[in-house]
Design a protein around this ligand. Structure first.
Ligand SMILES: N[C@@H](CCC(=O)N[C@@H](CS)C(=O)NCC(=O)O)C(=O)O
Length: 233
């Protein structure tokens, strides 16, 4: 375990150090939002079981204060409790409930749209050992080949863009989903779009879309943290 007081996050990585996990992006931005330093540990899929052998941890998992915290929502809640004087991420009461709603909408509708748009491209970016694991596990989950899952994305992309309408409607009126300043909901939606732009040159949103303009605004936060990883557009 890490002795230093700086938290460390196990972060999925692909070739060229592409950091693509939508959940890990939420956590990276959440730490930056609180002004708390975070180191990342590049972790291929096949190394995830080694984080805490014998358990079924996912990423993000963070190492902090000599213990491990898994799950992006749990980590954001921990940050709010540990750093109450910095701007809240999730908050409490109605804000917490609405943020949870955003999370579940993104985890289901938006993530399904993104993964079926970029899954074969993502595979192309993995190291060979990870490619074998990823193909086997995802093809078993979808009961189709990666190429079949991604096929037809040109026709399906309109559905994904339409599903982002709630975001579009809000950012037409406000700088961020949080209003004048970003909040955890911004990072949840951003993570989904970041996953796509880090792994594929197929644009999930069009350049002139208000969603793209907002996404660029979030990417530029915290000294361009979201633009610091290799990405296509
Ligand atoms: N609910 C979890 C989901 C995390 C999750 O699904 N992480 C994926 C990567 S994006 C994972 O660890 N996958 C391991 C694997 O597929 O073997 C969270 O919000 O942190």
């Amino acid at each position: 375990m890490n002795d230093s007081s700086t938290a460390r996050m196990y972060d999925l990585c692909a070739t060229e150090d592409r950091r693509f996990s939508p959940f890990c992006w939420r956590t990276r931005l959440a730490f930056a939002h609180k002004g708390v330093p975070l180191e990342t540990i590049a972790t291929p899929f096949t190394a995830v079981p080694e984080i805490d052998p014998g358990t079924k941890r996912t990423v993000p998992t963070i190492e902090v204060d000599n213990s491990l915290i898994t799950d992006s929502w749990e980590i954001a809640k921990w940050l709010d409790t540990r750093y109450p004087d910095a701007p809240p991420l999730i908050g409490t009461g109605p804000q917490e409930s609405l943020t949870y709603f955003v999370q579940e909408f993104v985890n289901t509708t938006v993530h399904l749209g993104v993964v079926t748009t970029v899954i074969a491209d993502l595979h192309e970016h993995l190291e060979p050992a990870d490619q074998a694991y990823f193909r086997k596990s995802r093809e078993a989950r979808f009961k189709k080949s990666l190429e079949e899952i991604q096929a037809g994305r040109e026709d399906r992309i309109t559905d994904l863009r339409r599903s982002l309408h709630p975001v579009r409607a809000l950012v037409r009126e406000h700088e961020f989903l949080g209003g004048d300043a970003p909040c955890y909901a911004d990072y949840i939606v951003f993570g989904a779009l970041q996953w796509a732009r880090v792994t594929s040159d197929f644009p999930v949103t069009e350049p002139q879309d208000e969603v793209t303009i907002w996404r660029n605004r979030v990417a530029a936060l915290y000294n361009g943290l979201g633009d610091s990883a290799p990405h296509y557009y």
